[in-house]
Write a protein that binds this ligand. Structure first.
Ligand code: SF4
Length: 405
């Protein structure tokens, strides 16, 4: 996009992260600020450019992503959808992987204004012991899941590397899960390496928003309020050898087109420096929670805009996973899945203990309201009816290589 540098980089690199190649790439492209003139540049792209890009082989460069995110491409959604569908089937066949989150704690030291676990208000808090977490995972294993995402608020006194390593050992050993990933507070390179050695092979880190100013406004206090550290941590996870790195923005906090430009540059920088790590994208839209209603968010995007975003990423990153969560309602999920989605969550509970306990006023607080409440079995049936093969296990620990870059 030829954008100018928006701000100087932070002076010192915290020792835990060791490298800032990815952060530098984003900052030098001006994608952590609000570069002047970028909406006008996208608005100036014509439909002839969209056609030219559709005729070229799939792949990323910043200008190509900008073309697919442009208002002109929004008027050609059916053409984009056809190309994305063909590309996805060629690369991924009919397989759609199923996974589920397991929430471990909703105690949190941060005050993210959009989140139901925000430390600033009284909540029904719960943290799971190792035995309780294993019992929850047992319910999921019985439903057929072999791919699990361990999710926690920032509760380092309880959910820490030691706890997660021991839990991963139980899930991979006693319960025969094939893949364990984490979505937790950010760690340094050494701690990611310890997790990797304990069997965790994937890390998800949502940047929430790549707009540094908006980030400061939404993250009021706590360790998470340091914008740059999340980008640094994503590189630390790759350096530690993680096989999967999930990236994403929480859609609704900043302008979605600018978030997408930054997300693409982030994934491209990781791929350039850390070839062993496969990036994937998650595209969660803000959902109501006990900390906010939709009217509180200035940048909510429509179904058509979410569709365009998915298509643009698929056409630029043909080998990356694209994840769709239960934040979206069933009919929209069913219509988006054929367009480029490779992985979905199903039957999700977004509170600690949610699988084993009855919902109701006594249950622990949820992070947000789930929109698709179909069970894992119902979701698998729906996929089969659409002509897809639900895949419960797309990875085996025997494939693991050495940690490192
Ligand atoms: S988004 Fe994460 S860090 Fe922020 S309040 Fe919620 S659980 Fe805590």
């Amino acid at each position: 996009m030829g954008m100018t540098r928006a701000e100087p980089p932070p002076a010192a690199l915290p020792a835990a992260y060791r490298s800032r190649l990815v952060l530098d790439a984003l900052e030098s492209a001006g994608l952590t600020g609000r570069p002047a003139g970028w909406p006008e540049r996208l608005a100036g792209i014509g439909e002839n450019r969209v056609e030219r890009e559709l005729a070229r082989p799939a792949g990323y460069d910043p200008d190509r992503l900008a073309v697919f995110l442009s208002p002109a491409a929004g008027r050609r959604l059916e053409d984009l959808a056809r190309a994305a569908h063909r590309l996805t089937r060629r690369r991924f066949g009919n397989a759609i992987s199923l996974f589920t989150p397991l929430y471990l704690s909703n105690y949190c030291v941060n005050r993210c204004r959009y989140c139901g676990f925000n430390s600033g208000r009284p909540r029904r808090r719960r943290r799971l012991s190792l035995d309780e977490a294993e019992a929850e995972a047992g319910i999921l294993a019985a439903e057929g899941f072999r791919d699990i995402l361990l999710v926690s608020s920032e509760d380092a006194a309880h959910v820490n590397v030691d706890y997660l390593s021991r839990l991963a050992g139980r899930l991979l050993g006693d319960l025969d899960f094939a893949s364990v990933s984490v979505e937790i507070n950010i760690q340094g390179e050494d701690d990611y390496r310890r997790l990797f050695e304990a069997g965790v092979e994937g890390v998800t880190i949502f940047q929430e928003t790549y707009d540094r100013e908006a980030y400061a406004a939404w993250h009021q206090s706590g360790p998470k309020a340091v914008f740059a550290n999340r980008i640094l941590a994503s590189e630390a996870a790759a350096r530690a050898g993680m096989r999967r790195l999930g990236l994403g923005a929480l859609l609704g906090l900043g302008d979605w087109r600018r978030e997408a430009l930054a997300l693409g540059a982030h994934a491209a920088a990781v791929a350039r420096h850390y070839w062993r790590t496969r990036t994937s994208f998650s595209l969660p839209r803000i959902r109501p929670s006990e900390s906010g209603r939709p009217g509180d968010f200035p940048h909510l995007l429509s179904d058509a805009e979410l569709t365009q975003l998915i298509l643009a990423l698929r056409l630029c990153f043909p080998d990356s996973g694209l994840t769709l969560s239960t934040r979206e309602r069933p009919e929209l999920r069913d219509s988006l899945i054929p367009l480029g989605i490779t992985q979905i969550s199903a039957g999700s509970k977004v509170n600690p203990g949610g699988y084993g306990e009855a919902a109701g006023p006594a249950a622990s607080t949820e992070q947000f309201e789930v929109a698709d409440s179909r069970s894992a079995g119902e979701m698998a049936d729906a996929l089969r009816k659409m002509g897809f093969d639900p895949v419960w296990k797309d990875w085996d620990r025997g494939f693991r290589g050495r940690a490192g870059t």
